[in-house]
Ligand binder design. Structure first.
Ligand code: ATP
Length: 496
């Protein structure tokens, strides 16, 4: 996947209404994004299947939706006020700001003394091939000295209430996790859970990133899907301390989840954090990296946060945040395994992995091969002739019928070949076409056969099915996960 692939996806997203730049009519922000009509469906589908698979279908998980604004002490206790910083350097000339640890990953501008000061753009990390110099100045303007690195806190500060004074300062949450930790005892008391159990949350998080970029990969407002899985550290599982065994289980489950919904296994790899990389609270952290167009980058992280957060909140709030172990007759502070995924990064990976350009009968076909559960539109109902009122009214009836269970769209704004291509390009798995044979011709005294054509996106195969069978067929295909081949062999093929 090249940088080209990212540009292609960005342009498809805008053209077809998946993602727009925030405040575009004012020149855009570049660090925040708006999800359009198809984007919001795709995003909701990702969150829905994640919630269903990891919360509703497991008997050791419950959900939570905590507020974004929290007590300022939360962020002192969690360490975010003191530690949630990135080293940053500024150019003294153009005033651009960079993350000190990422500056060598940028292409750089160079005025080469060996070629009478000609200006070159040199690849990241490489020296100038004329004079051999390496970058020391600002990579953007090529002239300014850089300041020494300074620590910059990534939290967005705001004020609670009408007075802008120090006592009213609070922050937009930079992660959803802390909302779970501060509610640990509430959930425990309300649900009477036994360890191990987890609390999940999906919601917005905000970070004042120094260098947002790569489309929705790194933005200042994004969404997270997080789980805090509480484990008894005195127990053993698979012959190992329970927290370590559960950590490995969650790594495997998360990886399998992304593959199940469409990412190719070869595009995901694990990255074990070295000691110098580990966050202050972590005993071990493993990232799932995805092969994004800009290189292998973090899709999600799975950390063993130990008992750090609960102990910190207990210390700062003065409230006991423990669990009573009936067997050992003692109060203990659970260890926590935290699978933390970004919704936007997941969406970007699913988009990139689904994107294909194919040649069909000498023409280019763009198709998003989304998993049917993720596809924004499940069924498109299309008229073969929009001038025939019986065809159009049958289409509208059908759309109404099918949309009770699946997102179904009607489109008559082009000829059928073009309508199919448009649906391919947004990943709609099935098109249903109503034609003259379906409705017959009253003037000629011909009755219709009451059958329609279903076309499948990936194989482009078409079958002829009775109108009355549609709910059953789509129930199999879209809800039960029955493969297309099984349905297709039960009905006659229609002409392509
Ligand atoms: P990075 O090093 O890439 O900035 P991180 O290690 O700081 O990420 P975590 O704090 O582990 O990220 O957050 C968990 C997940 O939240 C990340 O794996 C990612 O999917 C998502 N995420 C974090 N920061 C951003 C951001 N600025 N934009 C979009 N998603 C983000």
């Amino acid at each position: 996947m090249s940088a080209m692939a990212m540009e292609t996806i960005v342009s498809l997203c805008k053209r077809r209404g998946f993602i727009f730049q925030s405040s575009e009519i004012y020149g855009g922000t570049g660090s925040c994004w708006d999800y359009g009509p198809l984007g919001v469906e795709l995003k909701n589908n990702i969150k829905r299947v994640w919630w269903r698979d990891f919360v509703q279908q497991r008997d050791d998980m419950v959900g939570l939706d905590a507020s974004i604004l929290m007590h300022a002490m939360v962020w002192k206790a969690s360490g975010h006020v003191d530690h949630f910083t990135d080293p940053m350097v500024d150019c003294r000339e153009c005033k651009h700001r960079f993350r000190a640890d990422q500056i060598d990953e940028k292409d750089w501008t160079h005025y080469c003394p060996a070629t009478k000061g000609n200006k070159f753009t040199i690849k990241a990390g490489e020296p100038c091939k004329h004079c051999g110099a390496r970058r020391t100045l600002c990579p953007d303007c090529g002239r300014g000295e850089l300041t020494v690195p300074r620590h910059f806190n990534l939290m967005f500060k705001t004020f609670m209430g009408p007075v802008e004074e120090d006592a009213a300062v609070t922050y937009l949450r930079p992660e959803t996790a802390q909302g779970i930790f501060v509610n640990f005892d509430n959930v425990l008391q309300a649900t009477r859970r036994k360890l191990p159990f987890g609390i999940a949350q999906i919601g917005k998080a905000f970070r004042n990133e120094i260098t947002p970029g790569n489309f929705i990969f790194r933005s200042r407002e994004f969404e997270q899907m997080e789980i805090e899985f509480f484990v008894n550290p005195h127990e053993h599982l698979d012959g190992r301390p329970a927290d370590e065994a559960w950590h490995d289980r969650w790594i495997a489950d998360c990886q399998a989840w992304f593959v199940r919904y469409g990412l190719s296994a070869a595009s995901i790899k694990l990255h074990e954090h070295g000691h110098d990389e580990l966050a202050h609270y972590s005993k071990r952290t493993v990232d799932l990296l995805y092969k994004f167009p800009m290189g292998w980058s973090e899709l999600m992280g799975i950390a063993n946060r130990t008992d750090f957060d609960l102990k910190q909140h207990s210390k700062f709030s003065g409230k006991s945040l423990t669990y009573f172990d009936e067997e050992r007759k003692e109060h203990l502070v659970p260890f926590v395994i935290e699978p933390s995924a970004g919704v936007d990064r997941a969406l970007l990976a699913f988009l990139l992995d689904a994107y294909r350009e194919e040649e069909v009968r000498g023409e280019k076909r763009v198709v998003l091969r989304f998993h049917p559960e993720l596809a924004p539109i499940k069924i498109a109902v299309l008229p073969l002739l929009k001038k025939r009122s019986e065809i159009v009214s049958t289409c509208h009836d059908l759309r109404r019928r099918l949309s009770r269970r699946w997102l179904t769209l009607y489109d008559d704004t082009a000829a059928i070949g073009r309508l199919y291509r448009r649906q391919d390009e947004v990943g709609t798995p099935y098109c249903v076409t109503v034609d003259v044979k379906t409705v017959g011709d009253a003037e000629k005294g011909e009755t219709g056969d009451g059958k329609v054509t279903i076309r499948e996106r990936d194989t482009m195969q078409q079958i002829r099915v009775p109108l009355a069978d549609l709910e059953t067929i789509f129930g199999h295909l879209l809800d039960a996960g029955t493969p297309w081949t099984e349905i297709a062999t039960a009905y006659p093929r229609a002409e392509g």
